[in-house]
Write a protein that binds this ligand. Structure first.
Ligand code: SUG
Length: 448
């Protein structure tokens, strides 16, 4: 049976702004308070989806969330009509209003961890929504994420959904951004690779000193248990704490894998040799031949990686078995990174081509090509069971582009977030979107 990796990209929501909300994420911190352009952000994301679809890849779309999140503000004690809640928050606690307006759900690599059916005990595709509990503005995403994923992958015979892990730091879980799967073919059993930043219950593991480690070992282990993964099909590795302290807040900022290939920075992990050996032997047991491509620090520094997002790229398999790397424009403007990429594709190795995308609006908040997509490996039968409304087609691309043109503002600052009119605009846009994507009622304003 045929199988695919389907990339579901997060559609950027109408409140996209630079709130400076993510301590430890260099771009989010350094672009704080700049004015943003939500319309451009959404169109840049749609252009990437369309380009991948046109190249012959399976592409889907994941809806944004309801923002401002008035219900979240009410839980923090702001009362009155919806407009009053927003106005009171703006007056008394602007940072909370900004957090409740974040369009951060666009980075769907953090929406959930996904295990394909070939890896799981019950032969279903498993999803665990990420609790994202390291940052308040992200911790409010998972209830709607679960409803949206449930509406996209609604067939219980093929898809199993797990609620987010307990919302405490000990089970900090950031989803697929810290998870990679290696396999010979997408429909065959593979090896799931979980990368954590610290252990919450075992102090033998080191931890970063400056910035938070968002993913714990215990969270990754819980996800592997929930998904029914075999011990032989799982590898855990610790991120090098010193790179977290240099701004590598998720593993997908320093490594990316696909098929039998891991593309990573020399400083990305602890005990790299053991980890590579375990990946290689476990992949061999399911018939695969593991291959790693290490980028030496002498060619690209950790700082270059953080600024250019070289590793926050999409590594895609082409029909001839070679691979294509989708990188952000920032890689071309970094001389060392661009030189490295020229050498890499010219060397006759597995990565043969690089394609560059302008994703500046998202990049300025620390979200590159890989952050914007959730990968779901599906066989033909499972793909046919996905809600067809969320699979990208030329007409869907046209409808979504028109929808963005109709509803999005082209400038957003803190003052705009305090405007109660924005809430009405967003709700009417999202109501229309759920019809375009055939999701039914998924937003708080639609179900309460
Ligand atoms: O969680 N930025 C996101 C970026 C997520 C990137 N995802 C991956 N690497 N997979 C984060 O730090 C910034 C929002 C602001 O500052 O307005 C933000 O949430």
């Amino acid at each position: 049976m045929k199988s695919y990796e389907v990339n579901f990209d997060g559609l950027v929501g109408p409140t996209h702004n630079y709130g400076g909300l993510s301590y430890g994420n260099v771009a989010s911190q350094s672009n704080s308070q700049q004015s943003s352009n939500p319309k451009e952000a959404a169109l840049q994301g749609l252009a990437k989806m369309k380009a991948l679809m046109d190249m012959g890849f399976q592409q889907g779309v994941l809806a944004p969330q309801e923002r401002p999140d008035v219900a979240a503000l009410r839980r923090l004690g702001f009362a009155g009509s919806d407009a009053q809640v927003i106005q009171r928050a703006a007056k008394e606690a602007m940072p909370l209003l900004v957090a409740s307006c974040s369009a951060s759900s666009m980075w769907v690599a953090n929406a959930a961890t996904v295990s394909p059916s070939a890896d799981t005990a019950d032969g279903r595709v498993h999803f665990t929504a990420a609790n994202l509990n390291c940052k308040y503005h992200r911790s409010i995403e998972h209830p709607t994420t679960s409803r949206v994923l449930g509406a996209m992958f609604a067939n219980q015979q093929h898809f199993a959904h797990h609620a987010a892990l307990p919302a405490v730091a000990q089970f900090g879980d950031e989803g697929a951004a810290n998870h990679t799967r290696f396999c010979r073919a997408y429909g065959e059993a593979g090896v799931e690779f979980f990368v954590f930043g610290r252990s919450a219950f075992d102090n033998r593991y080191p931890a970063p000193q400056k910035y938070p480690a968002r993913q714990t070992l215990e969270a990754s282990q819980a996800v592997a248990r929930l998904h029914g993964l075999r011990e032989e099909g799982v590898v855990y590795a610790q991120q090098n704490p010193s790179v977290i302290d240099q701004g590598v807040f998720h593993n997908d900022v320093i490594a990316v894998g696909n098929g039998e290939v891991l593309f990573y920075h020399e400083d990305a992990f602890l005990e790299t040799d053991n980890m590579l050996a375990e990946l290689s032997s476990k992949l061999a047991k399911v018939g695969g031949k593991f291959q790693s491509v290490c980028v030496p620090r002498s060619a690209v520094t950790v700082d270059d990686a953080v600024r250019s997002y070289l590793f926050n790229s999409q590594l895609l398999s082409r029909p001839d078995g070679s691979m294509l790397l989708i990188v952000p424009e920032e890689c071309r403007s970094n001389e060392r990174v661009w030189q490295y990429l020229q050498g890499l594709t010219g060397a006759g190795g597995v990565i043969r081509e690089v394609k560059v995308f302008d994703l500046k609006q998202s990049m300025q908040n620390g979200g590159g090509p890989a952050c914007l997509r959730l990968r779901v490996a599906l066989n033909e039968t499972e793909l046919a069971a996905v809600n067809p409304g969320v699979i990208m087609t030329a007409p869907l691309y046209d409808s979504l582009t028109q929808w963005v043109e109709n509803h999005y503002r082209d400038r957003m600052t803190e003052n705009d977030l305090a405007d109660p009119q924005l809430l009405l605009e967003c709700r009417s846009a999202l109501d229309e979107l759920t019809q375009i994507l055939k999701l039914g009622s998924v937003y708080p304003f639609q179900i309460n």
